[in-house]
Design a protein around this ligand. Structure first.
Ligand SMILES: Nc1ncnc2c1ncn2[C@@H]1O[C@H](COP(=O)(O)OP(=O)(O)O)[C@@H](O)[C@H]1O
Ligand SMILES: Nc1ccn([C@H]2C[C@H](O)[C@@H](COP(=O)(O)OP(=O)(O)O)O2)c(=O)n1
Length: 243
């Protein structure tokens, strides 16, 4: 089925571990389908940036949760330029720094923080459903299971540990040599271990399509996701309630 014929509104949920390619692939899929793009990991990163900026002790769960409830977070959802602002401060760059990557799980495992961000993510997804682009690709760790279990298409993007480490090392250091792989280990494997205590993103839940990108390059992965979307919503063609 032609992409232009896909029913709208269209909500696509993508989850996966660190380095599986979910952010870059989801963003490109959103761009090609003319949908909005929601990077929920960026919301946890911006919350972490803000809490640290305010000098709140990450171990003080109640104070962290309150700071996140008070957070003036503005998520841009244009896949061509998905900005992240806290108040008027552009934090798109700072939230990718190693100091945030290494501490974000402490915030993401705070259950009150999760409840607050889940509420905001649902609002953003609903807003996108009714917005000019009529839909969104939302990606993270618990989108297929908790935030948008009723999404039209739900995909778990996985890749072998080896592939994920190599991709992250290349991204951070420009090469995947042994010492780079070691330096990247904390950012990928330890963080996934911590994050997995509150979300399930290694095994696909019922009705969630698992896609292993270990042997695929970026373009092949984008194509695989587009095909999965067309195959899933294409079967509902003619269904007037395509959500
Ligand atoms: N299928 C793929 N093959 C090779 N590299 C990829 C693939 N998908 C993504 N990448 C690259 O791997 C890195 C990590 O991807 P990213 O989308 O940030 O992963 P995630 O959001 O799951 O942590 C990026 O530099 C990205 O360009
Ligand atoms: N829906 C989500 C999205 C991200 N998180 C957490 C898990 C991660 O450690 C951080 C940052 O997510 P992000 O997707 O930017 O992580 P990657 O570096 O792409 O692996 O937020 C989450 O708990 N739930």
């Amino acid at each position: 089925m032609e992409i232009s014929e896909l029913p709208r509104p269209l909500v696509i949920a993508v989850d996966g571990p660190s380095g599986s390619g979910k952010s870059s692939v989801s963003r490109e899929v959103a761009r090609r389908l003319g949908l909005e793009y929601l990077d929920t990991g960026a919301m946890y990163r911006a919350a972490t940036w803000s809490v640290l900026e305010a000098g709140v002790d990450l171990a003080d769960q109640a104070a962290v949760a309150q700071a996140v409830r008070d957070l003036d977070l503005r998520m841009g959802t244009d896949p061509a330029a998905p900005g992240v602002h806290v108040g008027s401060t552009d934090v798109a760059g700072p939230i990718r720094e190693t100091r945030i990557s290494s501490q974000v799980s402490a915030v993401a495992t705070n259950l009150e923080v999760r409840a607050e961000l889940k509420r905001r993510q649902r609002e953003l997804i609903e807003g996108a459903r009714d917005g000019v682009r009529s839909g969104v690709v939302a990606e993270g760790r618990d989108i297929t299971t908790v935030v948008a279990p009723d999404a039209d298409v739900r995909i778990l993007l996985t890749a072998s540990e080896e592939a994920r480490l190599a991709r992250r090392a290349r991204e951070l250091h420009g090469a995947a040599e042994a010492h780079h792989l070691e330096a990247t280990r904390d950012q990928v494997l330890r963080r996934d271990r911590d994050d997995a205590t509150v979300s399930s993103f290694h095994v696909a839940a019922d009705g969630v399509l698992q896609l292993d990108s270990s042997e695929l390059d970026f373009e092949q992965t984008v194509q695989a996701v587009l095909q999965a979307i067309a195959a899933t919503v294409g079967t509902r063609q003619g269904d007037p309630v395509s959500r």
